[in-house]
Design a protein around this ligand. Sequence first.
Ligand code: 5GP
Length: 183
Amino acid sequence: MPFYDPKHLEVMYDAATIEARNRELGAQITADYRGRGELVLVGVLRGSFPFIADLCRFIDLPVEVDFLGLSSYGSRAESSGIVRMTQDLSEPVKGKHVLVVEDIVDTGLTMKYLLANLQTREPASVRIASLLHKPEGMKVEVPIDYVGFTIPNRFVVGYGLDFAGKLRNLPFIGVVVGDKPIP
Ligand code: 5GP
């Protein structure tokens, strides 16, 4: 028996489907950045950790990997757009190509804040790779250069995405149905 209640968790993308998509994204990123100079993958903590770990192994280039932490103020239901940086990059990105690796873009407010912040550091370029995108939730326009899956406006969990701090370790992406998924 798994630790969660499968009755209350519907699988949206299983592990094999996620892996296949990561392989495609990795090949596309490899083709786009080959011969273009230094590339640093910037994972947004905490939700992007499985995605960046898997994606980076499908990129056939000598990339650097760095992380920063972001957290929104207020409840998820009403994304305030006020974003707090809980952890900064370890190294400057001046003159390097930055590929932000994010778990999900919903309103776009978090990415808008991050793009503005990163631009002040004079990178050679900044692009965004997001595993998931909910276009119905968009409040501000942010260009997402690499999207894993476009999904409807539902609250998803697993593969990095949390439910009250838990379920990030599920190997699939799921939707909570009905009652609580953790008994
Ligand atoms: P945005 O600023 O685009 O509205 O929100 C981005 C952040 O909100 C994501 O990095 C993620 O932490 C959180 N988020 C948005 N939608 C979901 C969702 O469906 N499930 C979970 N677990 N987090 C979400």
